[in-house]
Design a binder for this molecule. Structure first.
Ligand SMILES: *Cc1c(COP(=O)(O)O)cnc(C)c1O
Length: 242
């Protein structure tokens, strides 16, 4: 990823946030054009993790209002400082089961649902809060120990179980590609997510939508878009190095 970044003028720290946002949108547009896709099919999710409330406020000033974060504790710190901004917090990182209450309190969406115990804990907390939650199921598409996600072989059974949870509205799948300079290996992870989605979608499981594919980040969004991504999660290319 650092290789891609160093080749890419958008990560120049001298650029303003507005310039980096324009550059990321231009990358998305180019990738869509190259893939013969309509750029309106691909949503940009700015990932603001590790950046403070003032930086997020600047991004809000440019029209962004949905932000990805990977730690509940960080959302809990920033949300009160940005109450006037009407932000939709999207949880994209691994969630411990004992953090389900915070997800129900702060998140509009969770992209990292990867196991039944978390689904059960969320269902209980969401019922108590009288609300529903949009979720993406995170699949583990690379062999790295450090990566979270459901084993793709368990996807269909998991979706059938989730179809019984009225509080959880499944909208699609998410993955993180292998951390590698080998574009073929990265692309294979995205290809796998799309295949898993296509297979599962064929079963037409009640109440389950699989329209969304969240895949692609600062270093690999072009590959994600080439494989059918509907949402790229972009941190460093927008906010700078962490
Ligand atoms: C941090 C993070 C991103 C953004 O990564 P960048 O390389 O900074 O764009 C995307 N998805 C997840 C799950 C993350 O944790």
């Amino acid at each position: 990823m650092s290789t891609a970044d160093s080749l890419n003028p958008i990560t120049e720290p001298s650029n303003t946030f507005a310039q980096r946002l324009d550059a990321v949108r231009a990358r998305i547009d180019r990738a869509c054009a190259a893939a013969g896709r309509d750029a309106a099919e691909v949503t940009l999710l700015p990932v603001s993790k590790t950046f403070d409330a003032d930086v997020i406020r600047e991004a809000v000033g440019l029209g962004l209002n949905r932000f990805g974060e990977n730690r509940l504790q960080e959302i809990a710190q920033k949300a009160p400082l940005l109450e006037d901004c009407n932000i939709q917090w999207v949880v994209i990182g691994h969630v411990q089961t004992n953090k389900a209450k915070e997800v129900a309190k702060y998140a509009t969406e969770l992209q990292s649902l990867d196991r039944l115990a978390l689904a059960q804990a969320l269902d209980q907390r969401l019922k108590a809060a009288g609300r529903t939650l949009d979720v993406l199921v995170q699949l583990k598409t690379s062999p790295e120990e450090s990566k979270f996600g459901l084993d793709p072989a368990e996807l269909i059974g998991f979706l059938e179980t989730l179809s019984g949870f009225e509080t959880l509205r499944v909208k699609g799948l998410m993955t993180m590609a292998i951390l590698s300079d080998d574009q073929t290996a990265v692309r294979a992870c995205f290809k796998k997510l799309r295949h898993c989605r296509d297979e599962a979608a064929r079963l037409d499981i009640k109440g389950i939508s699989l329209e969304r594919l969240s895949m692609g980040m600062s270093g690999d969004l072009e590959l994600g878009i080439a494989e059918g991504s509907t949402e790229v999660r972009v941190g460093s290319a927008l906010f700078g190095k962490r």
